[in-house]
Design a protein around this ligand. Structure first.
Ligand code: BTN
Length: 266
């Protein structure tokens, strides 16, 4: 028997974030993918949320399992105004907004695994998929956050996953309040995005980065790369300190975590 969950209180959500976004909130009971829907139907500043996706998209061409069980599936239509240096940092900024919103509801011990996966105790809780819209300076920022994904639905997911519910250790929280906070935080970060100071951002990133200082090994363009994680550069690339003493930066890498070696946030 599927567990019944409360649908979004859309009146409350609209009332609370009306002043924070320049567009409209579109609430669909179900949809193939909020990213696709917004790309085809949305405008700058719009937000799309749903209870269920039947073709949820993840990074690297993966599916994003999206049952109707109270998880958050959210897309934000972001249009850049003016030229900026740091457009590649958009995913990292979004991760910080989500992490901050989770702190707002009292969650502890979570962090971000570069580039933008939300983690708790070595397990993935949420992910971010940014797609360009019909114009190169317009982006669809998609966020999937497991609030209560559990049991049978996780069987097809080939990595350790967790949910906000599990991470809250029995403490009650409201999905509506969490969503409101996510949209608010994201919208604040996006407003400041074009004028963001990289050094300030880098420091903030360091506060959430669960890989910093970890020894990692991954495949990059057919070679095995190993070294110690050493921050990011202004393109959002991951720094790896190699045995030679040189730090090289990588823009794509699928870093698998060894749960035992991962530092825990308190
Ligand atoms: C990842 O693979 O880690 C990214 C997952 C992103 C999933 C979200 S859910 C809302 C939005 N709509 C989609 O189809 N995907 C993103």
């Amino acid at each position: 028997m599927p567990i019944k969950h409360k649908p979004y209180n859309i009146e409350l959500i609209r009332r609370e974030i009306d002043a924070d976004i320049s567009g409209t909130i579109h609430y669909l009971k179900e949809v193939a993918s909020t990213n696709i829907w917004l790309k085809e139907n949305g405008q700058c500043g719009d937000v799309c949320i749903t209870e269920k996706q039947f073709n949820g998209r993840g990074r690297r061409g993966n599916n994003w399992v999206s049952p109707d069980n109270g998880n958050i599936y959210l897309s934000f239509y972001f249009c850049l105004v003016g030229e900026i240096q740091h457009r590649s940092l958009l995913g990292l900024v979004t991760g910080i907004a989500v992490a901050e919103a989770l702190s707002d509801i009292g969650l502890k011990g979570h962090g971000i695994k570069w580039p933008n996966d939300i983690y708790w105790q070595g397990k993935k809780m949420g992910g971010i998929l940014i797609e360009t819209s019909n114009y190169s300076d317009q982006f669809i920022i998609g966020i999937g956050l497991n609030t209560s994904l559990a049991g049978i639905e996780t069987d097809n997911i080939n990595q350790g996953i967790t949910s906000v519910k599990e991470a809250m250790l029995g403490k009650d929280f409201s999905r509506d309040v969490l969503l409101i906070s996510m949209i608010r935080r994201l919208s604040i970060h996006l407003k400041g995005f074009t004028t963001m100071d990289f050094q300030f951002f880098k420091k903030k990133w360091g506060e959430w980065d669960i890989l910093q200082g970890e020894c990692v090994k991954f495949e990059h363009q057919g070679n095995v790369v190993s070294g110690k994680v050493d921050g990011i550069d202004q393109y959002g690339r991951l720094g790896i300190l190699h045995e030679s003493g040189e730090t090289l930066f990588y823009s794509s890498a699928d870093i698998r975590l060894d749960k035992k070696s991962l530092k825990q946030f308190t």
